[in-house]
Design a protein around this ligand. Structure first.
Ligand code: BES
Ligand code: ZN
Ligand code: ZN
Length: 484
């Protein structure tokens, strides 16, 4: 989709439609809508449109306008209309209008924020229909123009920021949407390499031989059940000029391109969804793309351990004992608890690369879905200050997150009779014991773990977003880094 910011009077903006936000508590119509006051009065008195968030009304052949239709989108209460509301309004409007055959859409900015509008539009226009060979073109918008009366100074920068953020989320969503036959660990690494080349990030891919040399036995144990070799993707962003801080953030994302469960095989029903088990990794890659373009002041390293969890003849068995990069041994009691096995080697490696702060995202446990449903990300930490920063970034970006406990008592559940640790702690508190397992490998390094199993995939479409990958954590990660 072509998108740009233009400066024009309201009535001159061309397109199949021009959209404008109207608020629930807006008593005086803005000047540019005076011509439509009778129509809007009728809409309000009939109850068809009251300005509530999510509402949309369409007037054809609006008198005196260059655009073919006028679309009014509800913005809710004016004082409550923040960037999240605006982003959703733009997304819902795009999704509703493209269904009606609108190809070119102008968006009258009024007093709104250009970043939220372009971001919402690009997110709303994304469809997970890459592999449908017919009738999909009819669904997409071809052009989206944000129209402002005049350049208000920071508009261009805001528009660019919104576009960068949306493209980063859609990149992550594209990767998650790829089925596992098309997106193997090698292909994921190749996509990361291409993105790095395009944005100026440094990219290093550790292959199986290198991982063997280093001693990443925990990651390799998971990978050995598949014909597809693993890859550890490492992307480096370094700010230009002299460092302003000694802090160095490591973003780590689970990259299981498919999770069958291994020998501890999963039930058939719903297993197809396990192509999204690399959504944490995709979020890291998306965030790194945005970071490369927005150029924050701190160094950031993105790490994505990528493997396929299969049950080939060499697959690891329950009871196998592996030696992790840290030197600690792990008894693999359940091969379906593989995410934590690959993450611990990546977390150890991130510390060796000098990361002073670690944040990981992983579709780690079904238990977090039981605890928090599909609404909140579960957040775990060994450092309340870092958790505070991550939660503030999430709140600012409208990505819901809830702190989860990590009392020492839970750690006991990971005891193994034969190795330093077992990789599972039983059914009770499953997302907490999973987080504790990771914590055993980060030492005192400030660390936050985000369990996104319930939030990385939308089982149903939202008015402002298609069914499928949500791109969750890209915005939070980027905000965290930009505000560091
Ligand atoms: N990828 C899954 C977690 C998951 C499960 C995500 C369901 C989304 C929906 C993870 O690798 C896994 O299988 N975890 C197990 C752990 C258990 C064996 C201790 C789980 O949650 O069942
Ligand atoms: Zn699993
Ligand atoms: Zn998994």
């Amino acid at each position: 989709m072509e998108s740009k910011l233009t400066y024009q009077p309201f009535d001159r903006a061309e397109g199949d439609a021009i959209a404008v936000v109207l608020f629930e508590d807006e008593t005086v119509l803005p000047a540019e809508l005076q011509f439509a006051s009778a129509w809007l009065d009728d809409l309000r008195s009939s109850g068809e449109f009251s300005g509530k968030s999510g509402e949309l009304a369409i007037l054809h052949r609006p008198q005196g306008l260059a655009a073919k239709r006028l679309a009014v989108a509800g913005g809710g209460k004016k004082a409550a209309c923040d960037s999240a509301v605006l982003r959703r309004a733009a997304g819902s409007t795009v999704r509703a209008l493209k269904q009606k055959g609108v190809k070119t859409l102008a968006w009258w900015l009024g007093a709104g924020e250009a970043d939220a509008v372009i971001e919402g539009a690009l997110l709303g226009n994304f469809e997970p229909d890459l592999y449908k060979t017919s009738a999909k073109d009819s669904k997409s918008l071809e052009a989206f123009h944000v129209v402002a009366a005049a350049n208000g100074g920071a508009l261009e920068a805001a528009f660019e920021r919104g576009r960068i953020l949306a493209e980063a989320q859609n990149f992550a969503r594209e990767l998650v949407n790829e089925p596992a036959n098309r997106l193997t660990p090698t292909v994921l690494a190749e996509r990361a390499r291409q993105m790095a080349a395009a944005t100026g990030l440094e990219c290093e891919i550790l292959d199986q031989d290198r991982m063997r040399q280093l001693g990443m036995g925990s990651l390799l144990g998971v990978a050995q059940g598949s014909d597809q070799p693993p890859a550890l993707i490492v992307l480096r962003y370094r700010p230009a000029g002299a460092p302003k801080t000694n802090d160095h953030l490591g973003l780590v994302g689970k990259g299981v391109t498919f999770d069958t469960g291994g020998v501890s095989i999963k039930p058939a029903e719903g297993m197809e969804k396990m192509k999204y088990d690399m959504a944490g990794g995709a979020a890291v890659l998306g965030a790194m793309q945005a970071i490369a373009r927005l150029k924050p002041a701190i160094p950031v390293t993105g790490l994505v351990p990528a493997v396929e969890n299969m049950l080939g003849p060499r697959a690891q068995r329950p009871g196998d004992i592996v030696t992790s990069l840290s030197g600690k041994t792990v008894e693999v009691l359940n091969t379906d608890a593989e995410g934590r096995l690959i993450l611990i080697d990546a977390l150890t490696y991130a510390q060796r690369l000098g990361c002073t702060h670690l944040v990981d995202a992983a579709t780690l446990t079904g238990a977090i879905v039981v605890a928090l449903g599909n609404v909140n990300i579960g957040a775990f930490t060994n450092n309340d200050a870092l958790l505070g920063r991550v939660m503030a970034a999430a709140k600012a970006e409208g990505e819901k997150m809830w702190p989860m406990p990590l009392d020492d008592d839970y750690k006991e559940l990971l005891k193994s009779a034969f190795a330093d640790l077992a990789n599972i702690g039983g059914r009770a508190g499953g997302s907490i014991t999973a987080a504790w397992f990771l914590r055993e490998f980060v030492g005192d390094t400030p660390w936050v773990h985000l369990d996104i199993a319930g939030t990385a995939w939308l089982d149903e479409a939202k008015p402002f977003m298609a069914k499928g990958p949500s791109g969750v954590c890209v915005r939070t990660f980027t905000k965290l880094v930009m505000g560091w």
